[in-house]
Every structure is written in structure tokens, then in C-alpha cells.
Write a new protein. Structure first.
Length: 232
């Protein structure tokens, strides 16, 4: 490549710099909004006010709209013509698809327990302990957040940043379905006990049994959500 060709390439990048800066900021905004979904702060069906969000985050309308576009692609938001942007309400086919993905990812990651770094194993323990602590404080929304962290920690046993990112998106979408279920205690109480059971198997070296318990957990949770969304 000649010097002139190299300079042309750099000049083209320089001309696109403003778009790159805006895109990077939009990704950070999208991450903050995604975290709000994961923590249960943003509810399904809620309309997002561009003006209020732009002022709160101190970003331009174009940047905010790019963040909305990213989250719409992730199925967390939906744009309704002439009405605005809303937090998406998951449907039954979404739940079935999400749990199909989770079985492959989380069960595969769980098999790496014995080879995973100690810090990764400790994150699983910490997530269970957090859930127990929130239960003792009767904070069932907090138990839900701890449950999300538990499954993120399970995925992190695989040591793949790409899988971590994908599961974060899947769990954000699922958190919207959890909110629809209503009573946090009724939904999360039994699942915290299952998290404890899975960890007990792992600590005892019973990885196969832990995987079977996780599969049973995911089957039960999927049916629970599907039944709830259908109003049965």
C-alpha cells in the first residue's frame, strides 16, 4: 500500500469520527438502559420520554435514538408509529426461544466448574449469598436481581466475554417477563432454593447432578412464565 492510499484511508476514518463518537456514546446509553431493565427499574409497557431521558443522561436526541435503535434490535424496546418508544412486553414465543438458548449456554458453562478460576466459582457463591441475604430482608425484588447475577455467574464459568454479553441481553429480556408475573416473592422464592441446591451439588463435585438440577430449574421456570403470560 502506498503512502497516499494509507493517507486516504486515514482521512476517510477522520471524516467518520463524529459518527463513531456518537455510536460509542449511544452504546454506553444503551448499556445504562439495559442495566435498568436487568435491575427491574424499567417496566414492560412503559413509555420512554426522549426529552426526560436526554436531560437526565445529558445526551443529544440523535444519540438517544441510536441507543433506542440498539435496544430495539435486542428486543427490549419497541417503536410504535406516531406514539413513541416503549419497553417491550415479551410474548410466549419469546420465552420459549430464550429458554432454548439458556439451556445450551448455561448448562455448557456449568460443566466447566472444576476448571474455572476460583474467582469465577466465588461469583456463583456470592450471587447465592446475595439472594439469601435479600430474602432475609424480605426484599424480593432484590432476590430477583440476585437471581440474575447467579445466572450471569454460571455463564461466566465458560470464560467467554461473548457468551457473557449474550446472556446479559437474554436475561434483560427475561426480566421484563418476570415483572409481568407480579408478586416477586411468589415468583422467586422457590427458585432461590433451587440456586442453593445447584451450588450444593457443585461444591460437592457433583457437576452432572448440578447440570440436571439446572435443566429442571429452566424447564420449570419456562413453564411458569408461559403459563403466566397465557393467563392460565
Amino acid at each position: 500500500m502506498t503512502t497516499v492510499e494509507a493517507d486516504d484511508w486515514l482521512n476517510n476514518l477522520a471524516r467518520d469520527r463524529a459518527d463513531l463518537d456518537r455510536s460509542t456514546t449511544a452504546e454506553r446509553v444503551a448499556e445504562k438502559l439495559r442495566d435498568s431493565v436487568l435491575n427491574g427499574d424499567i417496566k414492560p409497557g412503559q413509555q420512554l420520554n426522549e426529552k426526560a431521558l436526554g436531560e437526565a443522561l445529558r445526551v443529544s436526541r440523535n444519540t438517544l435514538r441510536e441507543a433506542f435503535r440498539l435496544l430495539t434490535h435486542e428486543r427490549l424496546l419497541v417503536h410504535e408509529y406516531s406514539r413513541g418508544v416503549f419497553v417491550r412486553v415479551p410474548e410466549v414465543p419469546d420465552i420459549v426461544d430464550l429458554y432454548a438458548a439458556r439451556r445450551v449456554i448455561e448448562c455448557g458453562a456449568l460443566r466447566r466448574w472444576e476448571r474455572a478460576p476460583e474467582a469465577a466459582r466465588q461469583a456463583v457463591r456470592d450471587a447465592v449469598a446475595l439472594g439469601v441475604g435479600q430474602r432475609e430482608r424480605d426484599d424480593w425484588s432484590g432476590v430477583g436481581t440476585a437471581n440474575v447475577r447467579f445466572h450471569q455467574a454460571i455463564t461466566a464459568l465458560a470464560g467467554s466475554a461473548r457468551l457473557d454479553e449474550e446472556v446479559r441481553r437474554l436475561l434483560a429480556e427475561l426480566r421484563l417477563a418476570f415483572v409481568i408475573m407480579g408478586d416477586s416473592r411468589m415468583f422467586y422464592e422457590d427458585y432461590l432454593a433451587l440456586n442453593e441446591e445447584i451450588l450444593e451439588h457443585l461444591e460437592a463435585g457433583r457437576v452432572r447432578q448440578a447440570e440436571q438440577a439446572l435443566l429442571a430449574y429452566l424447564d420449570r421456570a419456562e413453564q411458569h412464565l408461559v403459563t403466566g403470560l397465557r393467563g392460565e
